[in-house]
Design a protein around this ligand. Structure first.
Ligand code: ACO
Length: 352
């Protein structure tokens, strides 16, 4: 039978490392000032989230999230031994697209040089921190049904330009970083039920939609964007707003349930799975999921310490990071669970 299999993985993070301490001194242009701009500290950030540093793109007015996606995509294509011209579908997951429309997939298509008359299908999805698993479910279905043969799935985020660099925004600002991850998915003829993508499941609960959101605009109003930088209440709409405690509790509870469901539906146990790769929102969420989900702690992989939360990028970025360290190897079986704004969530089990 035809199964969808992961042919290659790649990731990219910008060079600039911003430590928790440096973050205190950054102004809204990411320039380090002599005086503290945000009342926070390394101890608070580490103890609440596990984050030690994150990466930021240069504030050059040039770099976009589709660029970050491009760099990760090229690495995934190289890893897969697939040329850009062989890609017949791009799925781009991001909550920080280059512009409002069109979405990032067509920008990436053009940057990869697979546009024009022979261009491939381009899908843009959001689903925030759950974007990778949602995209993997789509790619798996496309490949198994023969709709597309070579799907490029990219998760890329440029958060650093949309954060509130002030004490008002510190609860959210300290959590996020820039980065990208990508995988190439293609068909494989196999009778092995444990090959390729073994399982995907996605869910959502829109009653939590406003617990973590970024407005920027409201289409019901005309003009639909109103922004006065001198008016603190007005300019709130430019920044993400979060009910941190509610998000935390829902994430931990739902991820535990989602892992349990994945094992129950597939009949697999932790003896069959090499690595647990949860979304990287908060180390404490992941530690709670490991504890309450009875997951062997030595199988849990994290990168939030180095990269912060890169939303749709976290899963491929974490896999690639640990592959470069030699921890994760080709052929390993991964169980990944994600949760994010929406609320949205999902789990996937796949062989690398
Ligand atoms: N530095 C210092 N103090 C801060 C900071 C900061 N960066 N941010 C908030 N505080 C203050 C608050 O103002 C508050 O002060 P107050 O009590 O005087 O009002 C206090 O710290 C709150 O502290 P705690 O109750 O200990 O904070 P909590 O344990 O709720 O942790 C956190 C906050 C880290 C945001 C947590 O709620 C969280 O991680 N939630 C999940 C959010 C998340 O991961 N979002 C990512 C996107 S969604 C996803 O990916 C799943």
């Amino acid at each position: 039978m035809i199964r969808a299999t992961i042919l290659g993985v790649g990731s990219y993070v910008p060079e600039r490392v911003v430590t928790n301490d440096e973050l205190r001194y950054l102004d809204d242009q990411h320039v380090r000032r002599d005086t503290v701009q945000t009342e926070t500290n390394d101890e608070w950030i580490r103890s609440r989230s596990g984050i030690e540093a994150r990466r930021y793109v240069p504030n050059d007015g040039v770099t976009t999230s589709s660029d970050l996606g491009l760099f990760a995509a090229r690495r995934a294509l190289d890893d897969a031994g697939v040329t850009a011209q062989e890609i017949d579908c791009i799925i781009f997951a991001t909550l920080s697209p280059d512009i409002h429309f069109p979405g990032n997939a067509v920008f990436l298509q053009s940057k990869l040089g697979v546009d024009g008359e022979a261009g491939c299908a381009c899908y843009d999805i959001r689903q925030q921190c759950s974007g990778f698993v949602y995209g993997l479910q789509m790619a798996d279905t496309f490949v198994r049904t023969g709709t597309y043969r070579r799907v490029l799935l990219v998760g890329a985020e440029l958060h650093s330009h949309s954060l509130d660099y002030s004490t008002r925004g510190r609860d959210v600002m300290v959590l996020f970083g820039d980065g990208a991850g990508a995988v190439v998915i293609g068909p494989k003829e196999t009778d092995d039920p444990r090959d390729g993508v073994l399982y995907t499941h996605c869910g959502a609960d829109g009653s939590g939609a406003m617990d973590l959101h970024l407005k920027i605009f409201e289409i019901k109003r005309a003009p639909f964007v109103s922004y006065d930088p001198r008016d603190r209440e007005q300019n709130l709409s430019m920044y993400p707003q979060m009910n941190g405690k509610k998000v935390f509790l829902n994430a931990a509870r739902t991820m535990v349930q989602s892992v349990g469901r994945a094992l129950e539906k597939t009949g697999l146990t932790w003896d069959d799975i090499d690595w647990f790769v949860p979304h990287q929102a908060n180390l404490r969420i992941n530690e709670a999921v490991v504890q309450y989900g009875n997951i062997p702690p030595e199988k849990a992989l994290n990168t939030i310490q180095q990269y912060g939360n890169t939303t749709a990028a976290t899963v491929p970025l974490t896999i690639d990071h640990h592959r470069k360290l030699g921890t994760v190897k080709k052929g390993d079986v991964v169980l990944s669970t994600v949760f994010g704004a929406g609320y949205t969530w999902g789990s996937a089990i796949f062989r690398l």
